[in-house]
Design a protein around this ligand. Sequence first.
Ligand SMILES: NC(=O)c1ccc[n+]([C@@H]2O[C@H](COP(=O)([O-])OP(=O)(O)OC[C@H]3O[C@@H](n4cnc5c(N)ncnc54)[C@H](O)[C@@H]3O)[C@@H](O)[C@H]2O)c1
Length: 306
Amino acid sequence: MEVSLAGKVALVTGTGPNIGSGIALLLAKYGARVACNDLRPDAAQKCVKRIERNGGEAIAIPGDVTDEKDVTGYVHEVLDTWGRIDILINNAALLGGLGILEESLEGFTRAVGVAANGNFLNTKHVAISMIERGIKGSIVSILSSNAWQGAPGVIAYAFHKGGLANFVRAAAMDLAPYGIRVNSFSPTAPEPDNPEWVAQFRAAGGFRPHPQPTDRPQWWRPIGRFDVRGNIPMGAAATPTDIGHLIAWLCSDYARLVTGCDFTVDGGARAKYWGYTPPAENAGPVPLVPVDVTPEVPLEDGSSGG
Ligand SMILES: NC(=O)c1ccc[n+]([C@@H]2O[C@H](COP(=O)([O-])OP(=O)(O)OC[C@H]3O[C@@H](n4cnc5c(N)ncnc54)[C@H](O)[C@@H]3O)[C@@H](O)[C@H]2O)c1
């Protein structure tokens, strides 16, 4: 029995090189045609190239997920091209940020706006397109550990990821009468499949909305430290490929009654007792089966095809 998304069309927002592009590639590998959105047209285009050189079918639909004209514009473009949308992945977000003592209203509002308006507008307009065509589709919002646990230094991120956790449950109730399912996936600092491309993208401004302050007041206290690799009971971080496998299943018809739920692929990190530190040495999981198996090709502008 195989999971297949053949015949389905997916729209993935924020297809930068890391998680968005990974999910888009996996959906294509499972047979979906994929529309790749990003605010940065080069990111959307690179994701298309990555899918195509792995044998899939994709189009780039650049646009701002918070702008209703952009959203209705690219939703119609997908409908004009392929006649349907079966799957929506609300992935676009602004990562990073600052803590409550340093965040500005502008930074807070901007980060919350991308998540809140992006999830709202895309879910609304894609759901309407599904209902009008009798499509019992699947919508997945990408959250974070920060939806469920408090971390310092990311007050806006914590606020919007936590809010989305219940947005998903409420949207699941709104759309259940139409057979449309809404779930979330919470990544836990995955290991990029393509670290060079991610580093390049982030260096070009694709990561934090604003830099960390350098001139902190005298009363400033350090925020402590993170150990995102040392706290995984199975000893290995997930990759976007691992995330994509789960999301592909979640968007398949085998998951026909799964709605209003959150999922993760984290080697046991979220289940872990808070005070427990796993041993440094362990057997680890079975090896990752690589999915991006074709060599990179340069784009017309001379940059890498991702
Ligand atoms: N990377 C992690 O460690 C991590 C951990 C937990 C959750 N997540 C979540 O996973 C998702 C993807 O993360 P990532 O690491 O791939 O991030 P990323 O920054 O590499 O990619 C996010 C993409 O969203 C795009 N984007 C931002 N604003 C947009 C807008 N208004 N309209 C359209 N596109 C826009 C960016 O250009 C970028 O390409 C996000 O929702 C993030 O919060 C990431």
